[in-house]
Design a binder for this molecule. Sequence first.
Ligand code: ZN
Length: 275
Amino acid sequence: MSIKKTIITVAPTGAWPKKENNPNIPMTPKEIAEDVYACWKAGAAICHLHMRDDEGNGTMDTAKFRETVNLIRAYEDCDIIINCTTSGDLNATDETRQAHLKELRPEMASYDCGSMNWMHSGLFINHPKFLEELGTTMQESGVKPEIEIFDAGMIYNSLYYLKKGFLKAPCHYQLVLGAAGGSTATIENLVYLKGLIPEGSTWGALGIGNGHVPIMLATVAMGGHLRVGMEDNVYVAAGQLAESNAQLVTRAADIVRIAGNKVATPAEAREILGL
Ligand code: ZN
C-alpha cells in the first residue's frame, strides 16, 4: 500500500487577528514573506495569503499582494504554492477581490461558495453574479479555486457552479469549521460536510479556535489535508500563544507522520491538486 501524502497549508495572517492578539503574527509584506519561507522549511506546501493595510486592517490592495508575492518568489529555493484570498476585506468591491488574480496569477485562490453573517458583526457577501465572475476569472488566469465551505448550503452551491461550468472538476474543498455564523467545529459536522463533497474531489479541513486540534486529528484520520496558521488560531495550546506560524506547521507535520502519512512537498501537492 502506498503511503498517503498530506498537504499542509499555512494561513499566516488572515484578515482579523492583530499584534495585540499575538505579537508574532506577520502583517507587512516582508514579515509575511519571511514567515512563509520559514513555514515552507517546516513542511508547508501551500501558503494562503491575506494582506493588511498600514493600519493593520484587512485589505485587497493589489500592491500589497504584488509586493508579498514577489518577495516569496524571490526565494530561489522555495517552491511553495501561492494561494491568495479573494475575501480579505468585507468592504472590498467585486473588482478589487479579483484584480490581484488577473495580475499575479497565483496557482490557487479562495472561492467562498455562498454568503453568511460573519462573526456576528457583518455581512460576508458572495452574491451569485460575483461567484460566476470569479469562477471565470480563475479559469482565464489559470488559478485553481480552493472552495471554502462554511456550511452545507455552500457545498450545494458549488454543485450548481460545477454544472454551469464556472467551476471545473476535480474541485478542491476547504471545510472551515468554527467561524461564528457557519458550522461549529465538531467531528459530526466534519463527517457530514465531507460526505457531501462530490466524488473525485480533494479536500482539507480546519477548525477555528478550540476545535483546531480535534478537527486536525479527525481530518488526518479521514484522509483530508490540513491548514494551520494564525488566520485560524493564534494559540498553540489553551492560554499559550503560538511563537510562530512555523511552530504550528511543525506540529501539523508531526501529526501527519504519527498518523503514518507523509508530508506532501509542493511538487507532490501540485500533482495531488492537478496544478
Ligand atoms: Zn483566508
